[in-house]
Unconditional design. Structure first.
Ligand SMILES: Nc1ncnc2c1ncn2[C@@H]1O[C@H](COP(=O)(O)OP(=O)(O)OP(=O)(O)O)[C@@H](O)[C@H]1O
Length: 517
């Protein structure tokens, strides 16, 4: 086996009472792709944040190419040849790709001559590893997959030879994930060492050479990928066998809960995002909305939740008609019985500086049960949070811990527990299991199915086709803001959905098969 490009020796890290990492030892052989898996809160992000200098280990040693090294900040990590692509990108959205890549690399924006040099180098890197990136477009106009390529390019421009990716496919479509894997294989072929954190065992099997399993802060197993299997890894991660199916009551769908007619929505930058969309949701059904991310699904959910204004068309919900002239807002939609789990929990689902129990009532803080005169009823909030944390297995249980201090998957559970706990008649849910471990995915799917079986309506946006096909009764596909098709649960398969996602059938504005009007 090749020498360790990166070696960890008995790394430990505590946050208050939480032992995030306990005596972690790991050797990542040079030029290999090494996976790390583990449940939410197992300590994966903490570990890579230590390697990248965001956190300091309480004890233990890091060695790069056999040499012990102290990494006190990200500058030192970069100088040691380590690059990191975070779960949440670190790009300045208004800047172009080029500006982002240059930012901080050579003291900010360069003179024209310098810029040409940078462009040349980036062109070389792009060619070498298949990293196509439009350099002069502001980042906020680029698809998520492209933004991620910018992050990778940025690390390579800084000469990273060890690349850490923290859940890189959580935000990608299957096609974008395939692209990423091609890039990772090209990097590996060139001798780059890759450390990959993911919840997706299929990805582990497809791309890694070795895999290490973490549980509750400890490293519990190492395997050569070719010598293990998904069931073995799943069991090592959660310490039990997973249930494969859940109860889906065969029930006739009920009354119409939500109708959307000719809905057109522009985003805050003035781009047309939702283009004359028609669909409905009945009681007792999950309507899945599939699509490559960035094709209007986010804005559709936001318009339904009262966050984005309608440009034209109407939403009929709970006896109310919402139009451009008669707009709504999030508080009113909540009062009417619409709950929303936003796709981006960091920006919209939580206030990161709030304690967990405060985040758990966000948006519902005006409800009578939480208020006593002018004051918030803290004991009621705390009691309710304790119940939800127990039910959703939010770890750690501490209601006073800041929301930013929870692991990604546990933050997601806080948001889900709040919105499902509000007992809406329609739940809008975007990427419910992004960053969530397989045990928790099973639990969340079960919760959504229970809501459906109880006669609630669910609009489920997900880039995970497996998830949509598992949960949805009907699947609507969006491309370029339009509905390009609708398939029943029985008809759905990856090929059909893939074709509709690419609008290969060339559906236009006036011939939407998803129309229910
Ligand atoms: N800054 C912090 N302050 C307090 N506790 C923290 C902090 N960062 C992490 N923790 C805690 O450390 C533990 C490990 O968290 P970590 O984010 O490393 O888990 P993870 O395996 O990456 O989880 P996920 O898959 O959900 O992203 C968790 O219990 C978390 O709440």
């Amino acid at each position: 086996m090749a020498a360790c490009a990166l070696e960890l020796i008995q790394i430990s890290k505590r946050f208050g009472l939480v032992k995030a990492n306990q005596d972690i030892s790991l050797c990542v052989p040079a030029g290999s792709i090494h996976g790390i898996i583990g449940e939410n809160g197992a300590g994966k992000s903490s570990l890579v944040n230590i390697i990248y200098g965001f956190y300091q280990a309480d004890s233990g040693e890091i060695r790069i190419q056999g040499q012990p090294i102290k990494i006190q900040d990200s500058k030192q990590a970069i100088a040691a040849g380590i690059g990191m692509v975070h779960q949440h990108f670190m790009l300045v959205e208004e800047f172009t790709a080029l500006e982002n890549i240059m930012l901080g690399a050579e003291g900010g924006l360069l003179l024209h001559e310098g810029e040409q040099r940078v462009r040349q180098r980036l062109a070389e890197l792009s060619r070498l590893y298949g990293l196509e990136v439009p350099l002069d477009t502001p980042v906020n106009q680029l698809a998520v997959g492209v933004q991620q390529r910018i992050e990778i390019l940025k690390t390579l421009y800084r000469e990273a030879r060890i690349l850490i990716l923290d859940e890189p496919t959580g935000v990608l479509t299957p096609q974008e994930a395939d692209e990423l894997f091609k890039i990772l294989r090209a990097l590996k072929a060139d001798g780059v060492t890759i450390l990959l954190i993911t919840h997706k065992l299929r990805e582990i099997m497809a791309i890694t050479d070795q895999v290490s399993v973490m549980r509750q802060g400890k490293m519990v197993a190492h395997r050569v990928t070719a010598e293990t299997s998904m069931p073995e890894l799943a069991e090592l991660m959660v310490g039990r066998k997973l249930q494969q199916s859940f109860e889906r009551l065969a029930r006739p769908t009920g009354e119409l809960l939500l109708q959307v007619r000719d809905l057109t929505v522009y985003d805050r930058q003035g781009w047309l995002r939702v283009n004359k969309v028609n669909f409905h949701v009945a009681a007792g059904e999950v309507v899945g909305i599939a699509g490559v991310s960035g094709n209007g699904q986010t804005e559709l959910l936001q318009a339904l939740a009262g966050i984005l204004p309608l440009s034209s068309g109407e939403i009929l919900f709970a006896g109310q008609t919402i139009t451009a002239q008669q707009p709504s807002n999030p508080a009113r939609m909540r009062d009417l019985g619409m709950a929303h789990v936003p796709e981006d929990r960091h920006r919209m689902g939580l206030v990161l500086s709030f304690a967990a129990d405060q985040s758990s009532i966000l948006g519902y803080q005006r409800a009578d049960k939480y208020n006593q005169g002018w004051r918030l009823e803290e004991s009621v909030i705390r009691h309710e949070y304790a119940e939800r944390a127990e039910q959703f297995d939010i770890r750690p249980r501490d209601p006073l811990l800041g929301s930013s201090h929870f692991s990604g998957g546990n933050q997601q559970k806080i948001v889900l527990a709040r919105e499902i706990g509000a007992e809406p008649s329609v739940l809008l849910v975007g990427q419910p299991t992004r960053g969530v471990d397989i045990g928790a995915i099973e639990f969340i799917h079960q919760q959504l199915m229970t809501m459906r079986n109880e006669g609630k309506g669910i609009v489920l946006v997900s880039v995970e086709l497996d998830e949509i096909m598992r949960l949805a009764d009907r699947i609507i596909v969006m491309c370029d803001g339009m509905i390009t098709g609708e398939v029943s649960r029985e008809e759905a398969n990856e090929q059909i959905l893939g074709l509709l996602m690419a609008n290969a059938l060339g559906v236009g504005v006036n011939e939407q098969p998803g129309s229910s009007a």
